[in-house]
Design a protein around this ligand. Sequence first.
Ligand code: ZN
Length: 258
Amino acid sequence: MLTFRNTNLVFGIASIALIVTDILYDIPLALPITILILLYSLILFYGCYFIHSGFFMNIVCKAETDKKVIAISFDDGPAENYTMQIAQVLKEQDIQATFFCIGNRIEGNEHIVKSLHEQGHLLGNHSYSHHFFFDLYSSGKMLAEMKKMNDAVYQVTALRPKLFRPPYGVMNPNLRAAIIEGEFIPVGWNVRSMDTVAKDSSKLMEKIKQALQPGAVYLFHDTCKITLDVLPAFIKHVKDQGYDIIRMDKMLALQAYE
Ligand SMILES: [Zn+2]
């Protein structure tokens, strides 16, 4: 299996083999070393940016089931603009979703977080700052952020989320260490709507309809107008196909809070 540990092992052995070959046969190393570094970098890139790869650690991205159930999630809120409107659509359809919130957006928006919780939605941790350089932080700094985010949720709900979704969906060894140390449960997705960059609502709709399958975990953003626009029709389509939209912790059998 392609994991960080196995990759390091294979590339470590390959490097030693190259050095030994060089000592024994005096073969120039520049080209093989360059190829090795390039290959290693490519594999690491894959592990960092493809959350479902499980390269650094196992991350739940979907349910293994034949039942017609899916879970939907919204990242990057609470947002003054669309979170409550999205929650209203969900309320009308009697659907519970998961909101992976950013901690520093909670101050001033406590009423939104409170309302989401009271409507039965799940609150997840999506870091405190969602800083552009979050992935370059030390594991200690990452964990401090994750705990600060949980404190912000605790102030409103008296609950501390256990589910954590990495900012930008990027994994690395430091984040793995922070997740383990903080006893968080990392959660990904298997349907990335790309709603943050979508321009055409009918194309977005087609994409998310095509991806419908048992156990799917959808990633949306409650910061996007286009998401609000397509949500009612998407929910109708899902229901028409005989599917139920259920809360992620139920579908994936995860403990949502400490
Ligand atoms: Zn995000």
